[in-house]
Design a protein around this ligand. Structure first.
Ligand code: PCA
Length: 219
């Protein structure tokens, strides 16, 4: 990894009739913290260049845009963030499936059913972030967090798969789903979600393999 790595963080525009997507709040808060040198990842790793991209909730355009950003800025690591309304923890996505199966149309009106993300691509690809180490660090910080085996079959899964399939193989990349971060019943606060992604970044900038600890799901 470069001595001052470039990190690309992406969030999404609103979708499904919502007027707001907290994934972008998390990304903008991380960028603001980076500008103040207030990230935990900066304390641990020194200088980090943070770039951000706001992605449309569109199958084609989101993947295209992120791959363009990667080509333009050659980041050392990519973390994409999206909203999964109704979940009760920050979800570290382990798997991108080669499947588009949309229950609702994307923001361009595209609603694929039973289509591959990449025709002929492998059925699934694994996140290359250090998710188990991050899971341990985020749990230790008292933030609700879960390792997840499915990012769904909508635009977020599409982006994760496209990132892993078409991004440079040496570039760690992955996806985090956050719950709704505001409102009375919110299980995770905005500050906690920001901290969780900061810890994921911190762990993923370490060289070497992920922790080998038993944190898989029984069901
Ligand atoms: N969540 C959606 C798409 C955009 C977002 O923030 C998803 O989980 O696929």
């Amino acid at each position: 990894m470069n001595p001052s790595p470039t990190v690309l963080l992406t969030g999404f525009e609103p979708f499904a009739g919502m007027d707001h997507n907290p994934s972008w709040d998390v990304v903008t808060d991380l960028a603001a913290a980076a500008a103040r040198t207030a990230l935990h990842a900066q304390q641990v790793h020194g200088e980090i260049v943070v770039r951000t991209a706001l992605l449309p909730v569109e199958f084609h355009a989101s993947a295209e845009l992120v791959l363009e950003q990667i080509a333009d800025t050659a980041p050392d690591l990519v973390i994409a963030v999206g909203l999964a309304a109704g979940i009760d923890a920050v979800r570290l996505e382990r798997v991108g499936l080669n499947l588009r199966d949309a229950r609702i149309p994307d923001n361009a009106g595209h609603q694929p059913t039973e289509e591959p993300v990449v025709p002929g691509g492998p059925p699934a690809m694994f996140s290359t972030l250090r998710l188990k180490a991050a899971h341990a660090a985020i749990s230790a910080a008292g933030i609700p967090v879960a390792l997840s085996l499915s990012a769904g079959s909508f635009v977020c899964n599409n982006l994760l798969y496209a990132l892993l399939h078409a991004g440079p193989p040496s570039m760690p990349a992955g996806f985090v789903h956050v719950p709704e971060l505001s409102g009375a019943g919110s299980p995770v606060s905005r500050a906690q979600a920001v901290r969780a992604v900061d810890l994921l970044l911190t762990e993923s900038l370490h060289q070497g393999p992920d922790l080998k600890v038993p944190a898989g799901l029984l069901h």
